[in-house]
Ligand binder design. Sequence first.
Ligand SMILES: NC(=O)C1=CN([C@@H]2O[C@H](COP(=O)(O)OP(=O)(O)OC[C@H]3O[C@@H](n4cnc5c(N)ncnc54)[C@H](O)[C@@H]3O)[C@@H](O)[C@H]2O)[C@@H](O)CC1
Ligand SMILES: Nc1ncnc2c1ncn2[C@@H]1O[C@H](COP(=O)(O)OP(=O)(O)O)[C@@H](O)[C@H]1O
Length: 304
Amino acid sequence: MAQATTPTWRDISLDDLRSVLQTPGASDNKYTRGVVLLATGSQTYPGAAVLSAQAAGRAGAGMIRYTGPERVGRAVLAARPEVVRGLGRCDSLVIGSGIPDIREDERQELMPKPRRSAYPAVVDAGALTFVTPGLSETVITPHAGELAALFKRLEISELSREDIEADPAHAASLAADALRCTVLLKGAATHVASADARFRVVAPTSWLSTAGTGDVLAGLLGSILAARHARGEDANLALDAAAAVWLHGRAGWLAAQRNAGAQPPHAAMCAPAEELLAGPIGAPILALDVAEAIPTVIAAVLAR
Ligand SMILES: NC(=O)C1=CN([C@@H]2O[C@H](COP(=O)(O)OP(=O)(O)OC[C@H]3O[C@@H](n4cnc5c(N)ncnc54)[C@H](O)[C@@H]3O)[C@@H](O)[C@H]2O)[C@@H](O)CC1
Ligand SMILES: Nc1ncnc2c1ncn2[C@@H]1O[C@H](COP(=O)(O)OP(=O)(O)O)[C@@H](O)[C@H]1O
């Protein structure tokens, strides 16, 4: 029997990104563009729901649904009146961002199951405490601290947060193999690993290391997954996850440049990360600045 080969790490290309991001056409409507269901935010962290909704919307979702506590739902609607409250037809689920203990919000029944799900899911933050091996159509999005806790709970490995930060490629591969789902391990270089793909995406700015940018990434990824699902295409979770990380990094870079008073041209946004890291430093950003910069980065990728 042929031995399965381990995929090699690679960066995502502009051609990859253009295959992920599709321009809407005359026959599109809000449903064909993809509906994202957000089960994010809690009484403790209502802001995470707002951030994930802003990002999902700015990344081009046809519609965003929100399910969660009344007070959080009101905050989401105040920021994004386009959002629809309650459950309904959807093409992706984002769950866990801003929910330290998901039981607090009794939304664990939404968690993907170890069977073929009807739509893909982004499992973040508090929802990681419910992850078990074999979740279908799932991208988990831990940082090193959360992955260490997950390894310990499931007795996969004794790697500490520091061990994971020292060798994130190994940790992401180990997690993807043991959990049989797509793993997006966040950091200055984010590693995406699945059964048949490996992507390493370097952030072009470290101003991204600020509270809430992970919630923005979760919403952005939910939008990309929903679009592919709504188009009726087979899932390509690792590619979509790597595309979301790339767009998120560039949106952070663009926001940092804007906050420094610069208006970089489209072409600059597509330069290699190493070039951007060596260029103008930029200025501090907030998570919402990252969400607001997403459309311009998408325009830069799609520019003819
Ligand atoms: N505005 C909001 O509502 C925000 C809500 N947030 C939510 O706050 C909750 C707790 O988030 P945290 O993960 O910060 O939890 P903690 O601050 O409790 O951190 C948990 C552990 O992970 C470590 N850690 C935190 N961030 C790390 C990183 N990027 N890389 C490696 N290790 C890291 C910490 O040192 C700690 O040991 C989550 O549900 C999250 O979604 C945050 O996203 C911040 C913004
Ligand atoms: N030093 C860094 N340089 C570049 N990007 C970073 C750095 N630290 C964190 N990030 C990125 O910022 C985001 C932080 O997400 P996360 O840790 O979930 O924070 P939060 O829970 O506050 O949203 C991730 O996308 C991560 O890749």
